[in-house]
Design a protein around this ligand. Structure first.
Ligand SMILES: [Zn+2]
Length: 65
């Protein structure tokens, strides 16, 4: 298998800036908090991995609302 780490660009739900996050697709579905690189607010990421180890969906939401 190729490198399971993928870099995905997401948009911060607070400031609207885009930044990239590293996702380990071998870990399957996951959700975690990633601090925005620009405004440092905590964004909650929900990542869905399909059966082929590809990212099928990423949801980004404000973690403290
Ligand atoms: Zn931000």
């Amino acid at each position: 298998m190729a490198n399971p780490l993928e870099y995905i660009e997401i948009q911060c739900p607070y400031c609207g800036e885009s930044f990239s996050v590293e996702i380990d697709v071998s870990a399957g579905d996951q959700s975690y908090i990633e601090d925005c690189r620009v405004c440092c607010a905590p964004a909650e990421l929900q990542v869905r991995i399909d059966g082929d180890g590809e990212i099928s969906e990423i949801l980004v939401s404000a973690a403290n609302t």
